[in-house]
Write a protein that binds this ligand. Sequence first.
Ligand code: F0G
Length: 458
Amino acid sequence: MKLPYAEPFKIKSIEMLKRTTKEERVKLIKEADYNLFNLKSDYVYVDLLTDSGTGAMSDKQWAEIMIGDESYAGARSYYKLKNTIKDLLGFNYFLPTHQGRAAENVLFSVLVKEGDIVPGNSHFDTTKGHIEFRKAKAVDCTIEEAFDSTFIHPFKGNVDIIKLEKVLQENPIEKIPMVIMTLTNNTSGGQPVSMANLKEVSILCKKYGTKLIIDSARFAENSYFVKIREDGYQDKTIKEIVKETFSYADGMTMSSKKDAIVNMGGFIGLKDEELFKQASTFNIIYEGFITYGGMSGRDMGALAQGLDEGTEFDYLESRIKQVAYLGQKMKDYGIPVMEPFGGHAIFVDAKKFFPHIPQSEYSAQLLGVELYIEGGVRGVEIGTLLADRDPVTREDRYPKLELLRLAIPRRVYTNNHMDYIAASLKNVFDRRDEYKHGLKILDEAPIMRHFTVKLDRI
Ligand code: F0G
């Protein structure tokens, strides 16, 4: 008999979960104004709101917590992290920050000016926010195939090289401080970028004289997909693929809360000393001295260890196989999910799940609410609520895809939880025709409304 797959780790510490009844959840979600962000986590059984900062650290990471050096300047833990970043990612210069968006804030304070253009592959919200806040423009050059939820393409995170070159050609290059490549591409469904595509982008950046910056939150998951799906990489280790990935970049921003498997932290990696010096000033103003930047010594130690573990094939295989296990289970139930399955999450297509409920009634949010009521499972809407209103017309903006994201925390849940999630969603799916109406907004903030919006059933 062929032996089945099993995880390459065992569990040393556990946290008990509370259970609520369906009747309680009907009441709780109403009290939360049908906004999943308003729920107390104690009332959530399986929490798939995000894979950011929600992972389980290893025994070796916890050991780092005990031996952290908390010196203000020049701490041992800082040098441990600096050496790991140099050895693993190839950046001579680095700045710690408290999380990913802080790294964006510091680096963009140097690079982005009013009127600039920053092309890329579907920038993440905070990245776009930091660009637009500086009155610059983020231009999305992702391949068209990414917007068809069922089209099978191994690298749906890729940039359309023709679209990108057009942007570089048609604008003065002094207005384009960088191209940002997001690995994996969260916004388009946790989809990877191929090495070939990254190489082509880097050639274009050199040809036109601009920088290539990698938004690296899920760079290790991206490298796993390169190894599995791209010709010529099968025999390379993840660490070799990671090294090649960053060899094409001038710099990187990192949210360590994802692929480095820590609960908080971020950093900037740079190759150019002058840019590092300029960014250091902003790091000191916004984050802290350049050898801690908003992180404690112990957290830098755990992060260094996490970077090493997070770039091991066995771990990544267990991680991505678990996400795919959930996706396949849902697909087998006939639930419309985005394909290929993403690295960190399964995205449910609400337009296909509830074809009779219009986007104006926030169908993906309704799906999130009903999944919570059914099983105490919390996902997050990536649809019309998140897309917000047009700043000029104040009308709702309707995105091409109306999705419920189920992000899987790293090393936290078992496949029994995956079965439970899929069964909960199947029960909602079997009743889908009984839901006649979606939700309406009672109250909302002028921007980033999804965090605090108050909703009610129509
Ligand atoms: N870049 C990407 C691709 C991200 O997914 C995130 C965060 C960030 C940057 C910002 O990092 O949260 O450490 O400040 N994504 C989280 C998510 C919030 O749920 O997808 P941060």
